[in-house]
Design a protein around this ligand. Structure first.
Ligand code: RIB
Length: 357
């Protein structure tokens, strides 16, 4: 399909199509939309190298994260910015708040801005909107999302392995009645971590795993889950909680230990995920599963830069880092059998954060 086919389909001149592709600000929005619809309808894919030569490429990278209030994503963004700065690029950061409409509005904005490329932690699994960026010649990298879709590169941590590490650690410290706190379950990070938790529990006879779903991965939702647990009778309470991320874990810790008189870890052990800075500084230093957040961002930009430089024909890569168990006070064996020296607050175990390409 050529520019001429697009022009015929849209009922405009070839020059107008060229303007829409390279100088859309010179064309009426209605005509731009008509030409873009024709491009979608016939599946036109521009010659990216020619476009780059003619119109040049913006020096801004568009980045959309799920929750800008989560230190995990700010650390990912800082890693991205560090690598971008090496190429004299800037990062425009958008927050989808796990909302598909907000995510789309940022992608529309980045398309209009003809950004250098897009980094996205997607809300759902529908990548049709990202296909349109590809057709516009805008390379896109999936961040914090494993995929085998070779139209995009991706960078993530093996969250199934991370969930397994977390619960295997709880089981190794003698815990047997474990509650998984996390949601929504259509978020890949949540469902993968839960899958790993089930794998660990299946290895130990008598171990039980209950799921306490949350609407989001926030401190407030963690507090509500903690209040649910605190309100139970001693016989129906768990002896351990695996929270799908550290923000949830901080909320659970507040509800149990600080407000509810349920001592962590003596009565209930607690482990989170991400190992954000607050984890080690919590009133009971939090055990967690470390993600190399800054390295994730740095690697995502590196993949984007290499794809842009390749000017077509780039073989997309799927980088998967291994999670790391960080043991702190919140998962010490119950006081009767405490085996972790009080003097040590944390030490890391498990595979180092290294990528498998
Ligand atoms: O916001 C979703 C969660 O997934 C974050 O806490 C981080 O763990 C990411 O991987």
């Amino acid at each position: 399909m050529s520019v001429k086919d697009v022009a015929e389909r849209a009922g405009v001149s070839v020059g107008t199509v060229s303007n829409v592709l390279n100088r859309p600000e010179k064309v009426s929005p209605a005509t731009v939309e008509r030409v873009l619809e024709a491009i979608d309808a016939i599946g036109f894919v521009r010659n990216d190298a020619a476009r780059q030569l003619r119109a040049g490429r913006s020096n801004s990278i568009g980045m959309v994260v799920l929750d800008i209030s989560n230190p995990f994503f700010t650390d990912v963004a800082r890693g991205a910015e560090a690598r971008a700065a090496e190429e004299r690029l800037t990062v425009l950061l958008g927050n989808s708040e796990e909302n598909a409409d907000r995510e789309k509005s940022y992608l529309d904005l980045f398309e209009e801005q003809r950004v250098y490329g897009v980094l996205i932690s997607p809300v759902g699994n529908d990548q049709s909107r990202l296909e349109r960026l590809l057709r516009r010649g805008i390379p896109t990298v999936l961040v914090d999302r494993q995929t085998d879709d070779d139209r995009f590169s991706s960078v993530a941590v093996d969250d199934v392995a991370g969930g397994y590490l977390a619960v295997r650690h709880l089981l190794d410290t003698g815990r047997r009645r474990i509650v998984f706190v996390g949601g929504p379950d259509d978020l890949r990070q949540v469902s993968d971590r839960l899958a790993g938790a089930h794998q660990a529990v299946a290895e130990v006879e008598g171990a039980k795993l209950e799921v306490l779903p949350t609407e989001a991965l926030t401190v407030l939702q963690g507090q509500q889950a903690g209040e649910n647990i605190r309100g139970r009778s001693l016989e129906t309470r768990p002896d351990a909680v695996f929270a799908a991320n550290d923000l949830l874990a901080m909320g659970v810790l507040q509800a149990l230990n600080m407000l509810g008189g349920v001592p962590v870890p003596d009565e209930i052990a607690l482990i989170g995920y991400d190992d954000i800075d607050f984890a080690s500084a919590a009133v009971v230093p939090l055990s967690s599963i470390r993600q190399p957040s800054a390295l994730i961002g740095h690697t995502a930009v590196d993949l984007l830069v290499r794809e842009a430089a390749a000017q077509g024909g780039f073989e997309h890569e799927h980088v998967v880092f291994q999670p790391q168990l960080v043991v702190r006070e919140s998962t010490a064996p119950s006081s009767g059998t405490r085996s972790i020296d009080k003097g040590r607050s944390s030490f890391a175990r498990g595979a180092a954060a290294r990528p498998t390409r």
